[in-house]
Structures are given as structure tokens and as C-alpha cells.
Design a protein around this ligand. Structure first.
Ligand code: HEM
Length: 497
């Protein structure tokens, strides 16, 4: 049993045997950071330890600690925490985002990397430009359901990039709904302590008829595998008749033998992209809308840049990227200000280790507190303000000041060998969606029945497991000048209903 020794990183006092388990239960990431009414980062130190009924948990709060351990000692810290429900029962060890740092992870990760690295991601740009135009059209035609449009758009972008499908419309919702359900089940199961069996693994030996989570999880796994396999075999069939558009799955199938992936592994490499990419990207877009409502001066400056570079006769596209540094900085600030995966995805120490005089036991859960790092007061003095300008130098270009942190200026995508494999796709989506939305729409506070402007909460949030997004809020979208004419070519045949 975990016995707090003087060598271990400091942490809050807990109960005998159960340790800090009750301090964690029912606490979302936000309270977790502000435990006991205080900010953890101030209360404790860069590395903190907790005891979950015998399971040590280490929280990395500083860039230095995360970089020293997750980047520089990656052979020890690239393992994932064991997720009995999310990684084993629901996904049969085939969700490479949740499995151990082993041969299967290497093969599956490589397959994903080949289809999503910086160069490979460029081939999805035409899909993303079409999706951005459709998103803008939906926001113009049906502004009240704006968050549903953001979600549809993010889901459609990932599915079209992965399977070469035509854009998903609202009427195709059943498929998206089903994949969304898979994502939600996995995300919930990935929170440390979400299922008792994770804390007391011995419960995993209970027979199916007693263990409901095991029975239901196995049924889901069988159904989900069947669906992912059928998506991939459709691509295979279309590819042989030359009907399939270039997409992630086509290159996956071409490389399947070289990468030594069996059919189930290949189906899950593709299938899991939706889980990783849809909710995260749409949540970041919701953060962007919240920021625009709360910071109209930022919106005006961004629109000025777009109008000067793009004009009013066409939508922005990837060709404008280099000339839109303020939009690039806005994307960074969205990911820094409210990182949508504020505690990342838990790692596990594969070996015992010493760090700055503290002992980290083998098997400890290791959590990167991305939220705390993105609010480091030394790097971002006014860290709770949305201020893209912090990423620009005096000449208005993206500065090199933040060149570590994977050259991004924030750590929203995680660290080291397990850094988000889909980040290039996500960054492209955010850039083109944000540029097109700002080009086409004014985003403003809605007016309440009493005639007053409704100011959304800057802190309220919905915690779906790994992904956290702002709580639902109302706002007002208004078309800017000349939008409909300039868009007509992009949205032929598109309908909101
Ligand atoms: C705003 C968008 C996104 C954010 C903020 C985000 C964030 C993250 C974070 C924090 C991790 C854990 C990294 C670590 O352990 O250090 C992660 C892992 C992962 N992400 Fe993303 N992500 C985003 C979009 C995407 C997209 C678009 C895809 C796929 C198309 C994707 C697929 C994955 C996968 C498969 C993993 C697991 C990687 C592994 O364990 O090897 N993500 N992401």
C-alpha cells in the first residue's frame, strides 16, 4: 500500500488506506486544480503526489517537470495508465491512444503518423476548406443552433478525411451519433477513478453476469469493431474500383502490410481518429466563439487583418496562412486559454525514477496539468485574458519567444512520443474555420428579454471525461457585408436541414 515517504513528491494529507480518493471523487478537472479553495500550483509545487487507495498519482504542474520527464525521459514516461474499462473491455486493447507503450502501440501510432504528419495533413486541406464554407453557411442560415453546427462540422471533417466520405449533413446524424456515443463512453472511462474496477482491479475477475460494466463493454466492443471494419472494407472496395477519394484510410490500406497491422488493428487505427478528433476540435471552436463574445476588440482586430489580406470577394483559404499572423495567434490563444483536454491523457511510470530529490514509484499514474502550464504566470502574465497578441512580436509576426513546447507556445496537445497524433489536422481545421467564421460573421452578445446583453460565463464548463468545453451559452451571429454572393460557389447543394 502507498505509504507517503519523505522522498515522494509532496501532496495533501489523506485517509489511512483510502488516501486522497474522496478528495478526488466528484471533482472535475477545474476543482482538481483549485482543490481546497486554493490554486494547486501555488499551494504545492511543480510535482505533487496523491494516493488513490494505494495507487500513487503524480501531477506535473510545470513546463520544466513535464518536459524533463515526458520529453527527456520518454522511455520511462510514454506508457499509458491502465484503463481496464476504456482500454481493455470497451476497445479490446485496440485503442492505441489508451494502450501501453508496446509493439502494437508503435505499429498503430506509426500508421496514424503516416497519414497525419505535417506533409500528409496537407492533403485534407480541400476537405477542410469545403467544410469551413458549409459551417459558415449553416451558422448564417440557422444561427440559434450554432453549437450543433460546430459539432457537425468537426465530425464531418474528421470522417471525410479518414474515410473519404462526402460531407456529413444533419440527416446523416445516426452514424455520427453512434460514433459520438463510442467516443463518450471511452472518454468517460479514461478519467482516473471513473470506474471502481480501475481502483480495485481485482473486480475485473468478477463473472460477466455480476459485472454489468464488463458485459455491456464487451458487447459494445464487438459492435464497434464490426462497424469500424465495415467502414474500412467499404474504402477497400471503392479503392479497387477507383471510386474512393484520397483519404487517411486509403494510405492506411496501402501501408497495412508494411506496418504489420492485422484487419482489426487497421480498422481501429482509422476508427479511433473520430474519438480523438471530433469532440476536441468542436470544443476548441466553442472556446473560440466564447472568446469572441467576451473580447470584441480581438474580433475586430482579426477581422481587420482578414479584410486587408483576403478582401470581401472570397472566403479565406490555406493560401492566406502566412499573411494572417493574427489568426495564427488566435488559434494558439484558443488552445492556451481554455485547453480542451486540461489534464491530458494519463501516463504511467514504466520504471521507478528519481526527480529533483523525489521518488516516483513504478506504476504511478502521471498526469500532465496542461491547464496549469498554459496559465504559467511567468510566461503569460495576464494568463486569464484572451490576448492573441502575446504570440506576436513587434513587427506583428508570430514570435519565436515560445519556440519550445513543440514550437506552439502552449502545451494543449501534450508531450513527447504520445503527443497528439492528430494535431496537424486539428490546427488546420481551427485555422480555416476561425478565418472563415470571422470573415463572414459578427459574433456578439445576445440580448435578453429585459433588453440587457447576456454575458456568458467565462469559467462554467461541461466535463465529458478527458475533454472539457464551455457550458452552453447564447450569442448572436450577424452576416457581414457581401457574404452570400462570395459564398455561393462553395455551398452549392448544401442544406442546413
Ligand atoms: C483541438 C484539438 C485537439 C486537442 C487539444 C488534442 C489533445 C490531445 C492530448 C492532450 C493528447 C494526449 C497527449 C499526451 O499524452 O501527452 C492527445 C492524444 C491523442 N490525440 Fe489529440 N487532440 C486534438 C485533436 C485530435 C485529432 C484531430 C485527432 C485525430 C484525427 C486526435 C487524435 C489523438 C490520438 C489518437 C491520441 C493518442 C496518441 C497516443 O497515445 O499515442 N486528436 N490529444
Amino acid at each position: 500500500v502507498y505509504n507517503r515517504s519523505k522522498y515522494w513528491p509532496p501532496g495533501p494529507r489523506g485517509l489511512p488506506i483510502l488516501g486522497n480518493i474522496f478528495q478526488l471523487q466528484g471533482l472535475s478537472w477545474y476543482k482538481f486544480y483549485r482543490m481546497e479553495g486554493s490554486v494547486w500550483y501555488d499551494l504545492y509545487c511543480p510535482v505533487v503526489s496523491l494516493n488513490l487507495a494505494g495507487q500513487p498519482m503524480i501531477i506535473l504542474n510545470s513546463h520544466k517537470a513535464a518536459s524533463d520527464l515526458l520529453n527527456r525521459r520518454s522511455s520511462t514516461y510514454s506508457d499509458r495508465a491502465r484503463f481496464i474499462v476504456g482500454g481493455e473491455i470497451l476497445t479490446g486493447g485496440l485503442n492505441f491512444g489508451l494502450i501501453s507503450y508496446n509493439d502494437r502501440w508503435r505499429r498503430m501510432r506509426r500508421a496514424a503518423h503516416e497519414g497525419l504528419n505535417v506533409q500528409a495533413a496537407e492533403k485534407y486541406r480541400p476537405i477542410q476548406e469545403v467544410e469551413a464554407a458549409r459551417l459558415v453557411n449553416h451558422l448564417l442560415c440557422d444561427p440559434d443552433n450554432w453549437d450543433a453546427h460546430l459539432r457537425r462540422s468537426a465530425a464531418s471533417t474528421v470522417l471525410c478525411s479518414v474515410y473519404g466520405w462526402d460531407p456529413i449533413g444533419p440527416k446523416d446524424d445516426p452514424v455520427v451519433q453512434r460514433i459520438n456515443d463510442i467516443t463518450r463512453r471511452m472518454a468517460r472511462a479514461a478519467i482516473p477513478g471513473a470506474n471502481l474496477v480501475e481502483i480495485f482491479p481485482v473486480m475485473n475477475h468478477l463473472p460477466m453476469w455480476i459485472a454489468k460494466w464488463k458485459r455491456e463493454g464487451s458487447e459494445w466492443f464487438a459492435k464497434d469493431t464490426k462497424m469500424f471494419k465495415s467502414f474500412l472494407s467499404d474504402v477497400k472496395e471503392q479503392a479497387t474500383t477507383g471510386k474512393c477519394k484520397p483519404c487517411f484510410s486509403v494510405s492506411l490500406l496501402e501501408n497495412q502490410e508494411k506496418l504489420r497491422l492485422d484487419n482489426e488493428e487497421a480498422a481501429w487505427v482509422a476508427g479511433i481518429m473520430f474519438a480523438g478528433g471530433s469532440e476536441t476540435t468542436s470544443s476548441a471552436l466553442i472556446v473560440f466563439i466564447l472568446a469572441m463574445v467576451l473580447y470584441p476588440d480581438v474580433m475586430l482586430r482579426a477581422q481587420k487583418e482578414i479584410d486587408e489580406v483576403v478582401g470581401r470577394d472570397r472566403l479565406p483559404n490555406f493560401g492566406d496562412y502566412d499573411k494572417l499572423p493574427y489568426i495564427q495567434a488566435t488559434v494558439k490563444e484558443v488552445l492556451r486559454w481554455r485547453p480542451v483536454a486540461p489534464l491530458g491523457v494519463p501516463r504511467r511510470a514504466a520504471e521507478s525514477d528519481w526527480y529533483e530529490g523525489h521518488y516516483i514509484p513504478k506504476g504511478a499514474l502521471v498526469i500532465s496539468n496542461i491547464w496549469a502550464m498554459n496559465r504559467d504566470p511567468e510566461l503569460y502574465p495576464d494568463y486569464d485574458e484572451f490576448r492573441p497578441g502575446r504570440f506576436l512580436d513587434a513587427s506583428g509576426q508570430v514570435n519565436k519567444k515560445f519556440s519550445d513546447m513543440a514550437s506552439m507556445g502552449h502545451v494543449a496537445f501534450g508531450f513527447g512520443r504520445r503527443i497528439c497524433v492528430g494535431m496537424n489536422l486539428a490546427l488546420q481545421s481551427l485555422f480555416v474555420d476561425i478565418a472563415c467564421i470571422l470573415w463572414a460573421l459578427e459574433i456578439d452578445k445576445a440580448t435578453g428579454n429585459d433588453g440587457n446583453k447576456i454575458v456568458p460565463s467565462r469559467d462554467a464548463c461541461v466535463d465529458d471525461g478527458v475533454v472539457v468545453r464551455p457550458a452552453p451559452f447564447v450569442c448572436k451571429f450577424t452576416a457581414r457585408a457581401n457574404v452570400t454572393d462570395a459564398m455561393s460557389d462553395h455551398i452549392k447543394g448544401d442544406s442546413v436541414m
